[in-house]
Design a protein. Structure first.
Length: 408
C-alpha cells in the first residue's frame, strides 16, 4: 500500500529514493457528522511525493475514491460518424492508410499542421487485442512517415471522459517541428541529475521502482507503476528500442487500464536526446461519472491529486501483462534490459547508474555483477557510461568480482 511507502524504501535499502523524491506524510483530522459516511475516516493520511528533478508532484489520499459522484447513463452513439470513415471524415492530402484493423483520416479540429486520426474498424474502443494494437501502432508509424516531421506523438483518449468527442475507438496522430514539453522536461531533468548526483536519472528511477516492487521488465522494455503520475493509476513505459517488447508493453498497459475503468489516456513519444521511447497511461475512471477528476490543484497549481495506489496498480499490471516470451520473462526477472556482453554472456545493464571507483581506471566506471555462459565462476564487468548512451554505449572491463567499499 502507498501508506507503507516509507517503510518499503527503508527495507529495500534503496540508494536513490531520497535523492530523487521529496516525501511528506501528514495526518488530516476532522469531526464527522452523526450520520456515518460510508468509506470515509475521520483521520486520513495524506502523502505528498515530488520528483525533485522532473518537478512531478502528486498527492495520495485513498479516501478520495469514496467521494460522492454524480452519474448518468452512458449510451454509445447510435449514429456514429466513424462507422463510415470514407463518407463522414476528411482524408489527409496524401490520402488514407488502411489496414486490417483501422483506417486513417484527417482531423477536423487540429492540434498541429499535421494532425490525423487513426479510426478503429471496431466501434467499441475497449475491444482491442494484442494483434489489433500492433496493427494500430504500425499504421500510425506509416502515417508518421508520410507526413515526415521531426517530432510526433500518438495519443489515445479512450471514451469521452478521457477527452474523446466521439466514443468510437480512435487515436490522434500529431506530427510537428518541435518536441513535446514532457520530452524536453525529462531531458533537462536528466542533465541536472547527472550534474548533481553523477548518475542517470532514468536508470535511477527504474532502480528505485524496482527496489519497491513497482516494475515489470520484458526484454528491452521497462513498465513502472509510476510514483508521480499526472492522474490515477499512472503507468510509465520506457525503452531504447521501438520493437515488439515495447509494443507488447503498450498493449499490456492498455489492458491494465480497461481492467480499471472504461476511460483512459495514453501517449507515445519517440526517443528524444537523452530520453528513451516513452508510453504513458493514466486512468480516467468510468464514463457514467459526471464529477470531473481534474480540479484547481491540477489545472492551475500543477500538482496531481491521486486516489489510486501504485502498489495495487503493480498487481493489476502483472495480472494483465502480455509477455513477449516466457523465456525472456524468466531471464530478466533480475533487472537485465536484454543486452549481451563479452563472450556471449548475459550482461546486466547498470539500471541504477551508480558510479564506483575503479582501482585502476578511475571513478567514471559502473560495476554490476553478472555471469557468462559456460562458466561457473562469478565475473565482474565494469562499464564506462557515456552521456549520450543508456544501454549500448559502454566500454567493457572483465575481472574478478569484488564489491568495492563504495557499493557495500
Amino acid at each position: 500500500m502507498i501508506s507503507d511507502l516509507k517503510s518499503k524504501v527503508k527495507s529495500s535499502n534503496d540508494y536513490y529514493f531520497n535523492k530523487i523524491y521529496e516525501f511528506e506524510s501528514v495526518r488530516a483530522k476532522m469531526i464527522m457528522p452523526k450520520i456515518p459516511i460510508n468509506g470515509f475516516s475521520a483521520h486520513q493520511e495524506v502523502i505528498t511525493l515530488r520528483n525533485k528533478y522532473t518537478n512531478e508532484s502528486v498527492i495520495y489520499n485513498p479516501n478520495r475514491r469514496f467521494r460522492p459522484m454524480s452519474k448518468k447513463k452512458y449510451n454509445v452513439v447510435s449514429e456514429c460518424k466513424f462507422e463510415d470513415v470514407e463518407k463522414n471524415t476528411p482524408s489527409d492530402i496524401f490520402g488514407r492508410i488502411k489496414s486490417k484493423f483501422c483506417t486513417t483520416a484527417s482531423n477536423l479540429s487540429k492540434y498541429a499542421k499535421n494532425h490525423g486520426l487513426l479510426i478503429f474498424k471496431e466501434h467499441d474502443p475497449l475491444k482491442f487485442t494484442p494483434e489489433s494494437v500492433e496493427d494500430f501502432i504500425g499504421t500510425a508509424k506509416d502515417w508518421i512517415k508520410e507526413v515526415d516531421e521531426s517530432y510526433w506523438g500518438i495519443v489515445w483518449n479512450c471514451n469521452w471522459r478521457a477527452g474523446a468527442s466521439i466514443p468510437h475507438g480512435h487515436f490522434n496522430l500529431i506530427a510537428r517541428n518541435m518536441p513535446f514539453p514532457i520530452q524536453e522536461n525529462y531531458h533537462l531533468a536528466r542533465e541536472n541529475f547527472l550534474q548533481v548526483e553523477g548518475g542517470d536519472l532514468f536508470n535511477s528511477m527504474i532502480q528505485t521502482h524496482r527496489n519497491l516492487g513497482l516494475i515489470v521488465i520484458d526484454g528491452t522494455t521497462v513498465s513502472m507503476a509510476y510514483l508521480t503520475p499526472k492522474k490515477n493509476w499512472g503507468i510509465l513505459i520506457a525503452s531504447r528500442q521501438d520493437d515488439a517488447f515495447f509494443h507488447n508493453a503498450i498493449y499490456s498497459g492498455a489492458d491494465t487500464m480497461r481492467s480499471l475503468g472504461d476511460s483512459f489516456n495514453m501517449a507515445i513519444v519517440p526517443e528524444y536526446k537523452s530520453v528513451p521511447n516513452l508510453a504513458l497511461f493514466i486512468s480516467r475512471g468510468n464514463s457514467d461519472t459526471l464529477t470531473s477528476d481534474f480540479g484547481t490543484i491540477e489545472a492551475l497549481l500543477g500538482e496531481s491529486v491521486i486516489d489510486s495506489d501504485p502498489f495495487l496498480l503493480i498487481k493489476e499490471m502483472k495480472n494483465n501483462y502480455h509477455y513477449t516470451q516466457t523465456e525472456t520473462k524468466d531471464m530478466l526477472d533480475d533487472g537485465c534490459l536484454g543486452r549481451y556482453g563479452p563472450n556471449g554472456g548475459k550482461l546486466e545493464i547498470p539500471l541504477s547508474g551508480r558510479l564506483a571507483q575503479h582501482p585502476e581506471k578511475g571513478k567514471d566506471w559502473c560495476l554490476k555483477k553478472t555471469f557468462s555462459k559456460g562458466r561457473n565462476e562469478d565475473v565482474a564487468y565494469w562499464y564506462k557510461l557515456e552521456l549520450d548512451g543508456w544501454d549500448d554505449a559502454f566500454d567493457y572491463y572483465e575481472g574478478p568480482y569484488e564489491v568495492p567499499e563504495s557499493l557495500k
